[in-house]
Write a protein that binds this ligand. Structure first.
Ligand SMILES: [Fe+2]
Ligand SMILES: [Fe+2]
Length: 178
């Protein structure tokens, strides 16, 4: 069994987000390991990916934008990368055989997509949060983000249906679906 996800309630938003990013890296490593309970790891990753990313979109990005730490393009780019994360996660959630070659290449796709986003978010969004936002505001944002993330985790947010809905919503937003 994958250990229960931590539920921090306060802290600097940059530190809190980085702690989850390390957790994503650990979970990806566990997912690559054929001796892991891969279904359990995928389920944990799905819950954390949705709770973490949706809480960034509703609590962190808009506030950093209002403080002019990031611009509309960075917000949109971050949201688009979250959607790509959900899209590449879906084949893992839907897989019939977690020991197949196909599953292994789906892990690769998802891993590349997620690691790419962690890198960009840390350079282009967390850096301005470090330099252009006060420690007081980062702490306030940290509490807001954590509360929303934990609420989503407690509610259950990473089922295949929920992830499919997020992918569809993103496709609608980007205009590729009616
Ligand atoms: Fe993040
Ligand atoms: Fe993110």
């Amino acid at each position: 069994m994958t250990p229960a996800l931590p539920r921090p309630t306060e802290g600097d938003v940059v530190d809190l987000i980085l702690t989850d990013h390390r957790l994503f890296e650990d979970l990806l490593r566990a997912l690559r390991d054929v001796t892991s309970d891969r279904r359990d790891v995928v389920a944990t990753l799905a819950e954390l990916l949705v709770a973490h990313g949706e809480a960034e979109e509703s609590k962190v990005y808009p506030s950093l934008r209002m403080k002019q730490a990031i611009d509309a393009h960075e917000v949109e780019h971050g949201e688009q990368e979250h959607a790509e994360g959900y899209q590449t996660l879906l084949p893992l959630l839907e897989a019939a055989d977690v020991d197949s070659e196909e599953f292994s290449s789906s892990i690769h796709e998802f891993s590349e997509t997620l690691l790419h986003h962690l890198d960009e978010e840390e350079r282009d969004i967390l850096n301005p949060a470090r330099t252009d936002v006060t420690a007081y505001d980062r702490a306030r944002l940290g509490a807001d983000w954590a509360a929303e993330r934990n609420r989503l985790l407690d509610e259950g947010c990473g089922s295949a249906d929920q992830v499919r809905r997020l992918v569809r919503d993103a496709e609608k937003r980007s205009g590729s679906l009616p």
